[in-house]
Design a protein around this ligand. Structure first.
Ligand SMILES: [Zn+2]
Length: 447
């Protein structure tokens, strides 16, 4: 461990330069042009050959030990997010790295530095693929929808997009480390995983009329929206505890004039769940409740479903290996492991449905992720911890003829047997449902 730390410390200035540059040039998903260019240049200067996207951000680079064995992917995310109240929000882009993805990129770069040294791979088998991914944060969904309509991308999130584009073909194990607020004493943390989600846009259309003089001539879309949300709430008792289903909505357009019966209401929602099957089932029931509630008042509705993230299930054998790396780096008391399940989502979940994956946490954050009080006082320390952990894990997995990696791969049970099936299921979620038709003397529902 000491030897690896000494090697990493030689690259402290590389880490600091990357961490600061990315912080100062925070950009949101699929717009990480400067960040992507910076990372590419750094990898190229280390002698790596890149596999690049021509039309979007994100790339990969690979090291081959020359010995037969599995491919281990180490990931870092490029994008920042919007948090207007954060004091260091970038004036030009409006974005800030309040989720610490700049720390991920700087760490990954230092791992790439150490492993590109002469003789660094001597004790390893297989390959190491560095994958720098775009667009993890769920922001600017309309912009991403436009990219989908133009045929530039297929998915709003970066990892599914990179999977579809083949960047994970041949990957046997995937690892990433994310920043978190872990308090003072703990440097690392790993939990059970987190929910997946489907994103929804719901447009309810009624009929405008004078709200005081002739409400009988109108169809109140706001009332229909209210009833639709109530109907979904009545489903809650039918969700199984273990499925951790969550459904939450906001109204983004709620009528234009108080003396006009509102004829157009726009709702955005997330359905979340612990497993892919429950997610799809809950989504169907929620759609049905919305459609029937809206129809009952004579309004119509268009529901656009977009695939978000798959549930993240950290692979147990891989978590065991990560825990061993935590112990080596931070000692018995320097980390925490539990099976806590989070209701939030990450597109690392998508990777975990096809490849044994782990999404661990490194400390150093004060304040809240995505919060205005987000601050990392010693970013170099967080980067070094994350990088050291990834290096120790890499040597454990791919050392000794890659014995440990092979065991993990052998015992892994994927949610989807192939990438093709994963993509098909994901794409089947992507649809526009126009189920209510107003006819003479009634409504017609097709769902
Ligand atoms: Zn994040």
């Amino acid at each position: 461990m000491k030897e690896l730390l000494d090697k990493l410390l030689k690259y402290s200035s590389v880490i600091e330069k990357a961490e600061r540059y990315l912080w100062k040039n925070a950009e949101v998903g699929y717009k990480e042009i400067k960040s992507n260019d910076f990372m590419k240049k750094e990898f190229i200067s280390l002698g790596y050959t890149l596999r690049e996207n021509q039309d979007i951000t994100g790339f990969s680079a690979e090291l081959d030990t020359g010995k037969e064995g599995p491919t281990l992917a180490l990931l870092a995310e490029l994008d920042a997010l919007y948090c207007d109240s954060h004091p260091e929000t970038n004036k030009e882009t409006g974005a800030v790295h309040a989720c610490g993805h700049n720390i991920q990129c700087a760490s990954l770069l230092s791992v790439a530095c150490v492993l590109s040294e002469k003789d660094a791979l001597d004790k390893l088998s297989g390959k190491i693929r560095f994958i720098v991914v775009p667009a993890e944060e769920g922001v600017e969904i309309s912009f991403r929808n436009e990219l989908i309509k133009k045929g530039v991308i297929s998915f709003t999130s970066g990892k599914p997009e990179m999977i579809k584009r083949g960047f994970f073909d041949g990957v046997d194990i995937a690892v990433m480390m994310h920043l978190m607020n872990l308090g003072e004493d703990v440097r690392f943390y790993i939990d059970g995983g987190s929910n997946g989600n489907i994103r929804k846009k719901i447009v309810i259309t009624g009929k405008a009329s004078h709200a005081g003089e002739a409400p009988q001539d109108g169809v109140n879309a706001l009332n229909a929206a209210s009833l639709a949300i109530s109907a979904t709430n009545y489903l809650r008792e039918t969700f199984r505890e273990n499925d951790v289903v969550r459904f939450h909505s906001i109204i983004t357009s709620g009528g234009s004039s108080v003396n006009v019966v509102p004829d157009k209401i726009v709702i955005e929602s997330y359905v979340r769940a612990e497993n892919s099957k429950a997610l799809l089932e809950a989504n169907e029931r929620i759609n049905r409740a919305i459609i029937c509630a809206v129809a009952s008042l004579g309004a119509t509705v268009e529901i656009t479903d977009l695939p978000g993230s798959e549930p993240l299930h950290n692979d147990k054998n891989l978590v065991d290996a990560l825990e061993d790396a935590f112990k080596v780096v931070a000692g018995e008391k320097g980390y925490r492991r539990d099976n806590v399940w989070k209701g939030s989502c990450t597109d690392m979940g998508d990777v975990s449905t096809i490849i044994p994956s782990v999404h661990g946490y490194v400390g150093g954050l004060k304040g809240k992720l995505h919060g205005k009080d987000y601050v990392v006082e010693k970013p170099l320390n967080s980067c070094l911890d994350s990088a050291l952990c990834q290096l120790v894990l890499t040597f454990d997995l791919l050392g000794n003829g890659a014995e440990r990696a092979r065991k993990i791969i052998k015992e892994f049970k994927p949610v989807y047997p192939t990438i093709k099936e994963y993509i098909q299921t994901k794409e089947s979620v992507n649809r526009v449902i126009d189920a209510v038709k107003i006819i003479d003397n009634g409504v017609e529902i097709k769902y």
